[in-house]
Design a protein around this ligand. Structure first.
Ligand SMILES: N[C@@H](CCC(=O)N[C@@H](CS)C(=O)NCC(=O)O)C(=O)O
Length: 308
């Protein structure tokens, strides 16, 4: 039996980070395949609005964003650690660079060059997530050309991080930094080998990517979305630890809304039931999933009193 269910799809790079985290912990997990584009009614039955990928479910608790997903996996399965206390802050800082500076040029470059092998409607959906019109092929290619040099300015930095022969980004021990730096690079060649040449000549990087790949995905067990919703319905949200609210926060127990501050800004609304230094949790009752608690990190998310 598994207590973790991951809602994901194959070519999502953030999902690859979560799959590797599950693999690193040696877990069996329920694998629900979600659509790569909106609408995602079965996912939204659980999240209440959030539509990004991946989402972790443990019973009637729903964990949004891979930063929080990794932290929750670490809490449930501390060994082996992905956030060893002495390295956690550095690992998170490198992960922030990888996911906010390295990743976007790589995804724009790879998507522009691989338009023919990506699902129809994907680019229109991604542009809509940023409030932009659907791009045509020429626009995608221009974006790829603008972003290739930005990817090439950063890939050698990863080789440099490994220059002293260390096996992992932060030294002798793997951390979440390895997963976060790996997944954008993985995306470069996940669909085709067309851009593999961009990584050639970086031998330490290649050996390190092989080590990360070897972590694997643990034991995914395919699960229909209906079953995951039934799991939530049958479960009760886990008891919450004491809150650590800030003076500026909306009161606990009040109706609030949360949305991502960058892209995919669909709103999740509910009763504010938990606040920690970097976590927000809302309780909501869904027609299909019953009572669920939806968890978000604070960083990267916008918390406000609900309207009306
Ligand atoms: N900060 C989020 C980012 C998640 C994200 O942007 N995921 C992409 C897929 S790799 C996404 O949601 N794309 C739109 C979608 O899947 O609907 C996380 O760490 O989970």
């Amino acid at each position: 039996m598994t207590d973790c269910i991951l809602h994901h799809y194959d070519f999502s790079n953030f999902a690859e980070k979560a799959r590797l985290a599950l693999g690193f912990k040696g877990l069996a997990w329920g694998a629900v395949t979600i659509p790569p584009v909106a609408p995602k009614p079965d996912l939204v039955a659980l999240t209440g609005g959030y539509r990004r990928t991946p989402v972790l479910q443990t019973g009637a608790d729903i964990w949004c964003d891979t930063r929080l997903i990794v932290r929750e996996l670490e809490r449930r399965h501390p060994q082996p650690p992905l956030l060893p206390p002495a390295l956690a802050a550095q690992a998170e800082a490198i992960a922030f660079w990888a996911e906010n500076r390295l990743m976007r040029p790589i995804t724009l470059y790879a998507s522009g060059m691989n338009g023919d092998v990506l699902p129809p409607g994907l680019q229109a959906d991604r542009s809509a997530m940023r409030g932009l019109p659907a791009p045509d092929e020429a626009t995608m290619l221009r974006a790829a050309r603008r972003n290739a040099p930005l990817a090439r300015a950063q890939i050698p930095q990863i080789e440099a991080m490994l220059a002293d022969g260390r096996p992992w980004i932060l030294g002798a021990q793997p951390t979440v930094a390895d997963l976060a730096v790996y997944h954008p690079l993985w995306f470069l060649t996940a669909r085709t080998q067309r851009l593999a040449f961009e990584l050639s000549g970086f031998s330490r990087l290649a050996d390190w990517m092989q080590r990360v790949r070897a972590i694997g995905h643990g034991r995914p067990q395919p699960m229909p979305a209906q079953e995951a919703i039934a799991v939530a319905r049958a479960a009760t949200p886990a008891p919450l630890p004491p809150s650590a609210a800030q003076p500026e926060d909306p009161p606990l127990g009040s109706p609030v809304r949360v949305r991502a501050d960058d892209n995919g800004q669909e709103i999740t609304q509910g009763e504010l039931v938990h606040l920690a230094a970097d976590e927000i949790a809302l309780r909501r009752v869904d027609e299909r999933a019953g009572e669920v608690v939806v968890h978000f990190p604070r960083l990267g998310y916008d918390l406000r009193p609900a309207r009306g």
